[in-house]
Write a protein that binds this ligand. Structure first.
Ligand code: FDA
Length: 398
């Protein structure tokens, strides 16, 4: 029998990182991935430049940037392996990087630099990687026996690092969730997160023409008790809304609930429109175009004939309604672009069945790391930091 100290299924961010650390601790490690290319999500992440961590992750309260049924679960791992720890590793490998926005760190050159680093760390730990190899079944007696395309393998420690469901065309699968169920662990329902939102039907028609327009906005969802707010950029698409603002809010959005947008967060729109009414002889549309992007101004003014006049001629009521509509635009998405466009999967293996110290599940010797667990980060490098930190916690415990 082909026997290993550790078998890790999934050669993505968490799996490769865990393998390198465990291998360098002297363990005999095998990583198996059904895709022919490893770490495909790292490759496409951050627009090809991999936003590999976030400097603003708060080590004292890391849970504020993460969503989980138990928001405190991630705290132990994230405070034991911090963004600075990963930055140190990136620097040891001589990878140039820069900070972009709100603490987000990106490679200067390419996400390939991070993949090369992960593989070099694996090589330093003598890790064996089988890519293009499917695992057909897992049984547990004294040890775990995996039936694979390359024959049976046996291990006392099986680490599941198969990630979430997003982007199935590059290898995402529900394997990790099925293994959790097979061994009696609970699952939190899954849904796409960090995903563009869509709007169907007539009501969206006036805004479809805005596809391609990007602007800074305030965005929120939820009621008074659970209100979530972000100040980020919005992007109009043919089917709805995207951009960082919408990706962030999508992880908090519940079906059939409205989102609220302030399309002019940096100006006091009611005041500026009243001023324009008192002094300007220009068409209201032209005045509005000096306060918000002109395509946006045109889309709003074209919907109401009362607004298609000089500023002085527009009735106060119509002016106030316009200001309100732009500063507190309420709309209810009809859906999302789903897993084919989502960056992450919310939900997953229930943290009640996993140790926050070691990532070992209630089934002895069976570990879960990375996105397959019910821990989802905000946009901005938080998901990779969770992958690194949970992998590191696990590798220390193996
Ligand atoms: P990951 O998905 O990385 O790896 C899972 C591995 O398991 C894959 O190699 C897969 O082939 C393999 N696998 C799946 N099923 C299997 C099976 N049945 N048998 C064998 N192997 C199997 N995050 C961030 O922090 N910064 C960023 O810039 C981005 N950008 C980004 C862009 C896009 C387009 C996406 C889709 C996602 C991001 N993310 C991100 C999110 C980030 O990529 C994600 O959270 C991590 O890759 C999760 O790491 P894991 O190792 O858990 O899964």
């Amino acid at each position: 029998m082909n026997t290993w100290d550790v078998v890790i299924v999934g050669a993505g961010a968490a799996g490769l990182f865990c393998a390198g650390v465990a291998g360098q601790r002297g363990l005999k490690v095998l990583v198996i991935d059904h895709s022919s290319k490893v770490a495909e999500k790292v490759r496409i992440s951050g627009g090809g430049r991999c936003n590999f961590t976030n400097r603003l992750l708060d080590a004292a309260a890391p849970q504020k940037h993460f969503i989980s049924q138990n928001p405190h679960f991630c705290r132990s791992a994230l405070s034991r392996y911090t963004p600075q720890d990963f930055i140190d590793l990136v620097q040891q490998h001589g990878i140039p990087f820069h900070e972009k926005h709100k603490g987000q760190l990106f490679c200067d050159n390419s996400a390939e630099d991070i993949i090369r680093m992960l593989l070099a760390e694996c090589q330093a730990g003598g890790v064996t990687i089988w890519s293009g190899c499917a695992v057909k079944s897992v049984v547990h007696t004294d040890a775990y026996t995996l039936e694979t395309d390359q024959g049976p393998v046996q291990t006392p420690s099986l680490v599941v690092a198969t990630g979430g469901l997003s982007i199935p065309k590059i290898g995402a699968s529900d394997w990790g969730y099925r293994i959790a169920e097979q061994f009696g662990l609970r699952l939190v329902p899954r849904r796409p997160g960090l995903v563009p939102l869509t709007f169907d039907g007539e009501a969206w028609a006036p805004y479809a023409q805005l596809a391609g327009l990007a602007l800074p906005v305030g965005i929120e969802t939820g009621d008074k008790k659970n209100r979530m707010h972000f100040d980020e950029d919005l992007l109009f698409t043919h089917r709805g809304l995207s951009g960082p603002a919408v990706l962030q809010i999508s992880s908090y959005w519940a079906d059939n609930c409205p989102i609220r947008l302030n399309l002019a967060p940096d100006v006091n729109l009611p005041e500026r429109l009243q001023e324009a009414k008192l002094r300007s002889k220009k068409l209201l549309g032209n005045e509005l175009a000096s306060l918000v992007p002109s395509r946006l101004a045109e889309a709003w003014v074209s919907q109401d004939t009362a607004l298609q006049r000089t500023s002085a001629e527009v009735p106060d009521k119509a002016l106030n309604k316009l200001a309100q509509a732009l500063c507190n635009w309420q709309l209810t998405p009809t859906g999302s672009e789903g897993y084919k466009k989502a960056e992450v999967t919310l939900g997953g293996v229930d943290t009640r069945d996993v140790s926050s110290q070691t990532m070992e599940s209630k089934h002895p010797g069976l570990y879960f790391i990375g996105e397959v667990i019910d821990v989802t980060g905000w946009l901005g490098g938080y998901n990779f930091q969770w992958a690194w930190a949970s992998a590191h916690a696990c590798a220390q415990a193996l």
